[in-house]
Design a protein around this ligand. Sequence first.
Ligand code: SAH
Length: 447
Amino acid sequence: MIPVEKNKEYVACIDSVSSDGNGVAHIDGFAVFVPQTVDGDKIKMLVVKVQKNFAYGKALEITEPSDKRCEPMCQHYKRCGGCQIRHIKYDAQLDIKRDIVENAMQRIGKFENFKVDGIVGMDVPERYRNKMVFPVGNVYGKNVCGFYAMRSHDIIPLDDCSLGDEINREINDAVIDYMNENNVSAYDEKSHKGIVRRVFTRKSFSANEIMVVVSVNAKLISKLRKVSDRIVSIVLNINTKRNNLVLTEENVILWGKDRISDTLCGVKFDISPQSFFQVNPVQTEKLYSKALEYADIDENTSVMDIYCGIGTISLCAAKNAKSVVGVEIVERAIEDAKENAVKNGIENAIFYADSAENIVPKLIEKGERPDVVILDPPRKGSDESTLTAIIKAQPKRVVYVSCNPATLARDARVLNDNGYTITATTAFDLFPHTSHVETVCLMKKKY
Ligand code: SAH
């Protein structure tokens, strides 16, 4: 006969604390576990669950508190599942833990009269955790970040948890603010939908540094990977600009490689997402071949490739040239160019990440005297200081690759009026069915 019944109230004395931190009362010898109580408590309790050998109770009232009790110093303690014995004075907590070890050794291990030599406690038993995990969810229509309630996955919004660093609160607030401002949903376990699942923080005590890991329910990667095994790279690009769809420098590789590879004119190129790479490779090879033919490079020729991107023209030229200098404004593209040179075993090319208008005059000023200048500017064409520097350097040939005839014409006029003459021009259709046309123009020094 079990002497307790579910949903009935009992008066009891707590006589010990179990290994999982519950107070234990015995009613006619039958054990009832009562969370958040401690031996010495006299309580009124409700039995909430009855099993074969024990029951669970809930303290309704502490009629006589144990002298081991203290203020838990946490407003969430009653509901939160994180701490179990915060209502017990710290010294008493240590005694309980020592007893738990001794009991286990004696009862389970059968070591008779086993005693530990001592228990080592903390001087200040707060804010000791270097790792915290806060589930994120939606509670009554509000995004919240907090802790699971005792024995459940209901999330209790949490201001501060005194086991961790105080900064966790600000981090959690920032995540929730961000979600609210941007309509980012919280993950919902039941429907397995929604995005943000948890905020994980780790702190280095010695360096006082914090790592924040935001867990998301992102099925996008697996969805994309299922499309084809030809997909080798999935990248998240962070762009916060209002009207600008151009890829930013902030890439996070979500899966696979950080660059995709292709080959042009026998040279292998790795291409980062934000680096420029001609979009029509079949026609590009024809275009580059013509540009290189115009450049008429041999092992004595020094080349400057301005607006070089990932070094496509530079590296194709370098195979036959004495030396190549490449200039390009996008840093990532220059990193690609340098690595592409190494990967192709090309040692006579150097690259500068800077704007043409800034670096080309400086290089010429320092005495750089290329025999051939190749320039392949964006639609807005080149600019006065770059052209002036080219003219000053007096290369034998200028090969102008242009995607905009208007700016080509404007810049060719400047070169023409300063000692260069157009000797050959070929147009290429890199963009069939669109209005765009690419032009390669050879200009030679007149005298
Ligand atoms: N020659 C390369 C890239 C040509 S596209 C190829 O054929 O692949 C033009 C390049 O000029 C782009 O890579 C762009 O990033 C770069 N660019 C744009 N403005 C620039 C500037 N002011 N100075 C240097 N490079 C610039």
